[in-house]
Design a protein around this ligand. Structure first.
Ligand SMILES: [Zn+2]
Length: 250
């Protein structure tokens, strides 16, 4: 089955690591989708990095898809007034919030507990930044792949043809969805790093049954072990690369 490759957290904040990841991907003969964050952690607004933006335009012209990847890539704190709706959801909502923010994502899961108004505002703002940068948005991926189910409907209304979470790929406007295995690494702690390497080795055979995704994070590039794992993963998938995310549906 086809394998789609993407580079997450594409931002001037990770410029060097993104370059290393791109070089590896190009060597393997694939043009990964670029998951662009409009203003990573509120300290790397695209508009203030015209050289980086120009590079993104050149990469898009060369066949890389551009996906919107949140806005700040950072979640609200639990005690933020805007988190009220989640707080009123009671203990279960609180556990979900803690799980998404602390366990899964180190407070990166920006869309995991947004209100509808806030989701709309962030999508509006993010789309505007990428459009102003002269980029065409081919999909949306929530940071940490974490979003409430109703975001799918919202994306469908806005015409999105590709989004994904941990377990599935979705075509929100076309109302299609299908299971897909994702191979990615976690480098936050040594234990996670090793267990994610083990997971990726174990999960590889799933590709016989399901379309697969390889997600490269810029932070992975800081570890020699992950660089070599990713290089081997890319050569394992060579020949089966999907040119676009929505090609995984066919
Ligand atoms: Zn991300």
């Amino acid at each position: 089955m086809a394998v789609h490759v993407s580079i997450h957290d594409v931002s001037p904040a990770w410029e060097r690591e993104v370059d290393v990841a791109l070089e590896m991907a190009h060597e393997a003969g694939v043009r990964p989708a670029l998951l662009v964050v409009p203003d990573f952690h509120g300290r790397a607004p695209l508009a203030e990095h015209p050289r980086f933006v120009e590079r993104l335009r050149a990469l898009e012209a060369d066949g890389h898809e551009i996906y919107l990847h949140g806005y700040y890539h950072r979640s609200r704190r639990w005690d933020d007034p805007d988190t009220r709706a989640t707080r009123e959801g009671g203990a279960a909502a609180r556990l979900r919030h803690l799980f998404a923010q602390k366990v899964v994502s180190a407070s990166e899961a920006e869309f995991s507990d947004v209100s509808r108004d806030e989701a709309v505002a962030r999508l509006d703002a993010g789309e505007r930044v990428l459009r102003d940068a002269g980029l065409t948005i081919a999909g949306f991926v929530a940071p940490a792949w974490s979003m409430p189910p109703w975001v799918l409907e919202l994306l469908g209304e806005r015409g999105y043809r590709f989004t994904e979470d941990h377990l599935r790929i979705h075509d929100p406007a076309g109302r299609r969805s299908r299971p897909s295995v994702v191979l990615n690494y976690a480098s936050r702690t040594p234990a996670r790093l090793l267990s994610s390497v083990a997971w990726c080795r174990l999960a590889r055979p799933a590709r016989r049954l399901l379309p697969a995704r390889i997600a490269i994070h810029p932070a992975d590039m800081r570890y020699a072990l992950l660089r070599s794992e990713i290089a081997s993963l890319l050569s394992w998938a060579a020949g089966d690369f999907a040119a676009t995310g929505d090609a995984l549906f066919s």
